[in-house]
Design a protein around this ligand. Structure first.
Ligand code: CP
Length: 315
């Protein structure tokens, strides 16, 4: 595997889930693969889970890990081509990427959506430059429009907790004070479509995800109706795709609370974290015995470890 950006890069989903099960049972069983190998993790914005779980995964595989907060620890990087670099960015990605690649065997990158240039975001302009200019494999630690390590962990968690072969999984939009990318929701839909689940997406009008992505997925604008009989509720906020990057509503009635969870089939509650309590989900729901947000976050190690292991095997 030379790149990991979307579900298509993982290949057969059952094989990937089986590999995750093996690694979860025996996290250090392949530590010989990463001996004398280095992974560099680049962050263009904040992270708790991705930063720690990816380091843990790489170390479980015997690798050295270097973490760089690009905007704090390095030179600010210019990503536009043909510009006169007379502003606050003294180094161009065109030099920085091959230099970083020369110090390591795998690069992980977290970039972020601009939320004002839909074309650049959905073309994945930033992470594609890493793929073009680095001579080593690239792992997305969340790009402008996808968060594949999160969605892989989400699918794995559903597999661990499901009590029927094909559970009903509901992705629900929830209110948030800030405009957030569609990346988590996009990847969640993409990975659930490959999984053995019945997916329903619910959100207020105006928050429709990319049409192609939603092909074959049930969309229900009535949140309460969507919740009926659900086995898993996955809450997430995202900004508008059509009115790109805009917050169209902060309607608090979309928060996931106890009366809504009563409509479900005693559903498990999931969220990728960080989560704003009593905005996205009530304390009562996230603190209940049906909340699996911590095991979900724990599984970020195993999803990263499958991906890094496959890259190491191909070096
Ligand atoms: N879920 C997730 O990616 O968390 P962080 O932003 O803390 O890495």
């Amino acid at each position: 595997m030379r790149q990991f950006l979307t579900v298509d890069d993982i290949g057969d989903i059952e094989n990937a889930l089986n590999e995750a099960r093996i690694l979860k049972r025996n996290p250090h069983g392949f530590s010989y693969l990463g001996k004398y190998k280095t992974m560099i993790l680049l962050f263009f914005n904040s992270s708790l889970r991705t930063r720690l779980s990816t380091q843990k995964a790489a170390r479980n595989l015997g690798m050295e890990v270097i973490v760089l907060d690009v905007n704090k620890d390095g030179w600010k990087l210019e990503s536009e081509f043909g510009v006169i670099m007379d502003g606050d960015k003294p180094e161009h990605l065109r030099e920085a990427i091959p230099v970083i690649g020369s110090y390591c065997d795998i690069i992980g990158v977290r970039s972020f959506a601009s939320l004002n240039d839909k074309k650049a975001d959905y073309n994945e302009d930033i992470i594609m430059q890493y793929i073009e200019f680095a001579s080593v494999p690239i792992v997305s630690l969340e790009s402008a429009t996808r968060h594949p390590l999160q969605a892989f962990a989400d699918l794995y968690t559903i597999e661990e907790y499901k009590t029927k072969k094909r559970p009903k999984v509901v992705l629900t939009w929830a209110p948030h004070p800030r405009a957030l990318p569609q990346a988590v929701a996009n990847s969640f839909v993409e990975w659930m479509k490959k999984g053995d689940v019945d997916l329903v997406v619910t959100h207020p009008e105006g928050y429709e995800l990319e049409e192609g992505l939603m092909e074959g997925v049930e969309l229900e604008y009535n949140q309460q109706k969507a919740f009926e009989g659900a086995d898993f509720i996955y809450a997430k906020n995202w900004s508008s795709y059509s009115d790109y990057g805009k917050i169209l509503t902060k309607d608090r009635s979309w928060m996931v609370d106890e009366p809504k969870m009563e409509l479900t089939n005693d559903a498990m509650f999931m969220h990728c974290l960080p989560v704003r309590r009593n905005m996205v989900v009530s304390d009562g729901v996230i603190d209940s015995s049906r909340s699996i947000v911590i095991p979900q976050a724990t599984n970020r190690v195993v999803s990263a470890q499958v991906v890094i292991k496959r890259m190491l095997e191909k070096l």
